[in-house]
Ligand binder design. Structure first.
Ligand code: 13P
Length: 261
């Protein structure tokens, strides 16, 4: 049983008033949604305010990043305990923008994943190949390296403790989405890797797709058997677009409809 998760990654956007306005609109638009997890990932500065605004709603909170040490002289960093204190349930780890712009490595992501889990945060572990890597036929080897290193010595007590996001770098913010078939091919490969690490629990680990997800492509993406939700960037900044994504429609019987009650 995999309950779909839709995560809105706001990246470096919105002051506190803007964030609260978006939450207010979303609360009106998605309050009836059931059987899906809706997660918002605002910037650090808005976490606490958004957390309070989400009380009693069907949405939960994620942070976009954190550091793997508990505390100390790490100027500019934020710890897992601080994220829990601000009301987070989830944290994104290893987003490609962090890998590309802030030199995050698979080893660093691994430390973050282990600390998130031991702290009680659910890591959303991002993997994905660049265009050059795809074109040179390295997609699977890149995904294998990123995933196996990021999950080295990782233990989970329940499959819902861990979420993976496949975000092909060439599809992020470019308007170019992977076709459902291209995404499913990699998702199924990821599920196979997860089986080697977590055995049967892998069947229940959610694997999200990210990269130019929008109202026009979410329904088709969600019909694929191993796509269990989405990590949404640009379209999560607009209440109407994000609400439509959250309310994705899959044709009856396309998937095990029990997941979508
Ligand atoms: P876009 O949806 O803007 O392509 O961003 C995807 C992403 O990076 C989500 O983490």
């Amino acid at each position: 049983m995999r309950k779909p998760v839709i995560v809105g990654n706001w990246k470096m956007n919105y002051t506190i008033p803007d964030a609260l306005e978006l939450v207010k609109r979303l609360k009106m638009m998605v309050s009836e949604v059931k059987g899906r997890e809706i997660v918002l990932a605002p910037p650090f500065t808005a976490l606490s305010s958004v957390s309070k605004a989400l009380v009693g709603s069907n949405m939960t909170l994620a942070a976009q990043n954190f550091y793997w040490e508990d505390k100390g002289a790490f100027t500019g960093e934020v710890s897992a305990e601080m994220l829990l204190d601000a009301g987070c349930d989830y944290v994104i780890a290893g987003h490609s923008e962090r890998r590309q712009l802030f030199a995050e490595t698979d080893e660093g992501v691994n430390r973050k994943v282990r600390l998130a889990l031991s702290s009680g945060l659910i890591p959303v572990v991002c993997v994905g190949e660049t265009l050059a890597e795809r074109e040179s036929g390295e997609t699977f080897s890149v995904i294998e390296r990123q995933l196996t290193t990021s999950l080295r010595t990782v233990n989970i007590s329940i499959p819902e403790d861990l979420v993976i996001a496949y975000e092909p770098v060439w599809a992020i913010g470019t308007g170019k989405t992977a076709t459902p078939g291209q995404a499913q091919e990699v998702h199924s490969y990821i599920r196979g890797l997860l089986k080697k690490i977590f055995n049967d629990a892998a069947d229940d680990i959610r694997i999200l797709y990210g990269g130019s997800v929008k109202p026009e492509n979410i329904d088709e993406l969600m019909t694929e058997p191993d796509i269990d939700g989405a990590l949404v960037g640009g379209a999560s900044l607009k209440a109407d677009l994000f609400a439509r994504i959250v309310k994705f429609k899959v044709p009856e019987m396309a998937k095990d409809t029990e997941h979508y009650l």
